[in-house]
Design a protein around this ligand. Structure first.
Ligand code: ADP
Length: 282
């Protein structure tokens, strides 16, 4: 349980539990005051057999992570630093689709709770006005043959009531918080409830459809409406250097479809690359 510390806004976990629809997330929240990373604790719990739907929420993270080992700033009491465990019956190669469902859930939740129109930077960032308000980190536990998924941990970091001045210098022109966007404090519980309820609906429908192609196509169509990557000239930064491409779509598995300068289509997997705008971060 979180330590009592009056200096920080504490999340009302009871209120969250009461507002979650009956199902995998309800009454499964583990709440901590400060931990290294909600993804790290969730992976540990998943390895110890904790079930699908286990949620870990912390007021602060000392070693929050983005993709490719990058640091994620997570000051206390002002953000949503949350991860949850899933155990879908899918192949490892299908995992990017889960990131797509998560990003879509976060974008829809922000739209509903605070009335903004966010964009999604493929695959995993929620953007407002070219600034990052939310990041998602997907990590996998695989079976011994390294092909089927044993568990997936989805980490979500949202800057809620952080002020721009609280961000370290290198983030000041990259990051934004919900408070900065709407000009007043935002209720963190409401955002968490909406994300988990929307995710639950989408994920249950995906499981029910056995992740079939029609369902995927429909969801990718919805995701594409929020995409700020598709239709753009982008820089793809990977192990083999930097290349300019045009982003044209997303596959049913969640890969980015790009076109090179010779008009040839390529598929890009999110685990390997970072995407940047031609002239800047977005
Ligand atoms: P990208 O692929 O866009 O670089 P990642 O998913 O790897 O993003 O996330 C890590 C990056 O996000 C960091 O390198 C940093 O630039 C940025 N970042 C770190 N903390 C925050 C935060 N609280 N809000 C917004 N951006 C952040």
């Amino acid at each position: 349980m979180a330590k009592d510390n009056k200096k920080y806004d504490k999340l009302n976990i009871e209120k969250i539990n009461l507002s979650l629809q009956a199902g995998m997330f309800n009454q499964r929240i583990i709440y901590e005051y400060i931990i290294s990373s909600t993804n790290s604790l969730s992976k540990e719990l998943a390895c110890n057999g904790y079930p699908e739907g286990t949620v870990v929420i912390a007021e602060a993270q000392t070693a929050g992570r983005g993709r490719l080992g990058r640091a994620w700033e997570s000051p206390s009491g002002k953000g949503i630093w949350m991860s949850f465990i899933l155990r879908p019956d899918i192949m490892a190669s299908e995992a990017p689709f889960i990131t797509i469902i998560t990003a879509l859930s976060c974008a829809k939740a922000l739209e509903r709770v605070i009335g903004i129109s966010p964009g999604i930077k493929w695959p995993n960032d929620i953007i407002y006005n070219k600034l990052k308000v939310c990041g998602i980190l997907t990590e996998l536990g695989l079976d011994s043959k390294m092909s089927k998924i044993n568990f997936i941990v989805l980490g979500i970091g949202i800057n809620v009531n952080i002020d721009v001045s609280d961000f370290p210098d290198e983030l000041k022109d990259k990051a934004v918080s919900l408070k900065n966007i709407v000009g007043k404090k935002v209720n963190r519980e409401a955002v968490i409830i909406e994300i988990l309820n929307i995710f639950y609906d989408l994920y249950s429908a995906a499981v029910k459809s056995s992740f079939n192609n029609d369902f995927r196509k429909e969801l990718i169509g919805e995701y594409t409406k929020y995409s700020i990557t598709i239709g753009q000239a982008i820089k793809v930064m990977g192990a083999d250097g930097e290349k300019e491409r045009e982003a044209v779509g997303i596959t049913n598995e969640g890969e980015l479809i790009v076109i090179n300068s010779h008009g040839v289509e390529e598929r890009i997997n999110s685990g390997e690359v970072s995407i940047r705008g031609i002239n800047g971060y977005i």
